[in-house]
Design a protein around this ligand. Structure first.
Ligand code: PFF
Length: 455
């Protein structure tokens, strides 16, 4: 049984709602925008395989750890880490893990909200019918017109941030729960609709083999880092989002089973997104390989433009993407908001607005780096790229590593086993994964990133 505490912020109405909310956090731009183009950049099936291994061996044990820490601490990540460290007789500095998570969250929001803004812009483009029969040059020009115009980007970024703040400010039951209750089923329905359509296109078989037939010739040491970073990003790990959601979970919910459900849903959505997107491209003779981050904004619309009812399909696709981004950004803003409420006694409304304004302001750096500041680079990266690289490839894995180390080595057995409710064998498996496999995996990969010793 879990510790008998409750969160001042409230509690999810049911385990099922928690699964929806956590899946809402996990399923986002990472699954539908990032996964397909990263997979395409790293050789298709081989990358998918490495990614799945990262999810199972590293991602799921860490997700269980985050949920268990959150539920035991029942506070925002910073206060949860401090409270649990004190309770278990360790240094209060463990709160820094929570602090880093909150920062990582801000960094992620800076570019997340910008890309989410693109999805809003593209819903409008789809309705206007501009993709009909568009050439690669034309779709490229449409995309460039958007990202090179700071005012347009600013408008969409602002609208998206307001959407995020307006849900988080309403709290758990009135805000987060209501949002995920409608958005998640709608998202799944839209995705299945698109996959159903893709199955009827001639490119489906090619897409299947592209996604599931491993070709290791494109795989290098850095591929594993990218796959791990993507696993963390996709499962929302390492920055306290899942820990915060876990702090609102009922004591009677079974954490391991819940985690596995979330992992399966997140992975399925990523694969289904691939199965929705790649066949459409293959069918019209486009190869996803060249797309990069512009894949679904520059290349996919060409395909939509050549299909019957392409505008409708494009609208469905970008709406789906926007819903996914929205439910994820809620979980990025929630930890900071909860922390501000605890720390300052602000009302939730004031806390959510304050956090949202700071995230919005930081986002301006990413926004401008796409146009006016595109020449300004640090370590060869623009502000946008730097934020993405730092948060996704460095901070999330480091955060996840520290969370695994804390849960695996510093929490007492009585506490972790009470929270997890596993039999001896399964508990041991979790312990081995959390103590050894996940940390070793993350450390090796970070060393590789820093020193490149694997060549
Ligand atoms: N998991 C989200 C996605 O795949 O798009 C992104 C994300 C949300 C990352 C929340 C981190 C986070 F805390």
């Amino acid at each position: 049984m879990s510790a008998n505490r409750t969160s001042v912020h409230g509690q999810w109405s049911s385990r099922w709602i928690f699964i929806l909310a956590a899946t809402g956090s996990a399923v986002g731009l990472g699954n539908i925008w990032r996964f397909p183009y990263i997979t395409a950049e790293h050789g298709g099936g081989a990358f998918v395989l490495i990614y799945l291994v990262c999810i199972v061996l590293v991602g799921l044990p860490i997700m269980m750890s985050e949920i268990l820490l959150g539920r035991r601490g029942r506070r925002s990540p910073i206060h949860t880490m401090a409270a649990l460290a004190e309770e278990e007789g360790h240094s209060k500095h463990w709160r820094l893990v929570g602090v880093m998570g909150v920062f990582a969250g801000f960094f992620i929001l800076t570019f997340y909200s910008i890309v989410a803004g693109w999805t809003l812009a593209y819903m409008a483009r789809a309705v206007s019918g501009v993709f009909a029969d568009a050439s690669a040059q034309q779709t490229g020009a449409i995309f460039n017109a958007l990202v090179s115009d700071p005012e347009r980007l600013l408008a969409w970024h602002t609208i998206f941030m307001i959407m995020t703040v307006s849900v988080v400010s309403r709290g758990i039951k009135q805000g987060l729960e209501q949002a995920v209750r409608y958005l998640m089923p709608a998202l799944l329905l839209l995705l299945l609709l698109l996959v159903g359509y893709s199955m009827t296109t001639p490119g489906f078989a090619e897409a299947l083999s592209y996604l599931f037939k491993p070709d290791f010739s494109q795989v290098g040491a850095s591929t594993v880092l990218i796959a791990l970073g993507q696993a963390f990003f996709s499962l929302s790990l390492g920055m306290g989002a899942i820990m915060t959601y876990g702090s609102y979970l009922s004591g009677s919910a079974h954490i391991p089973r819940t985690t596995v459900s979330i992992g399966i849903m997140d992975t399925s959505v990523a694969l289904l997104a691939g199965l929705a997107i790649f066949p459409i491209m293959f069918s019209v003779g486009l190869h996803p390989h060249e797309g990069g981050p512009g894949l679904i904004f520059k290349i996919l619309p060409i395909a939509f433009g050549q299909m019957a009812y392409g505008n409708v399909l494009a609208f469905i696709f970008f709406t789906l993407l926007m819903f996914a981004a929205w439910t994820s950004s809620l979980s990025i803003l929630e930890p900071v908001t909860a922390w501000l409420v605890e720390k300052t006694g602000y009302s939730r409304l004031r806390a959510a607005i304050s956090a949202g304004v700071v995230a919005w302001a930081l986002g301006l750096g990413s926004l401008l780096s796409l146009n006016l500041w595109s020449e300004v680079t640090l370590f060869g990266m623009t502000f946008f790229d730097l934020m993405e690289h730092l948060s996704v490839n460095i901070m999330l894995p480091v955060g996840g590593l520290l969370i695994a180390v804390f849960a695996g080595w510093f929490m007492s057995r009585s506490a972790t086993s009470a929270e997890l409710g596993l039999g001896n064998g399964a508990y041991l498996a979790w312990k081995v994964a959390t103590r050894f496999i996940a940390p070793a995996g993350v450390i090796l990969i970070l060393l590789q990133e820093l020193f490149g010793f694997l060549g």
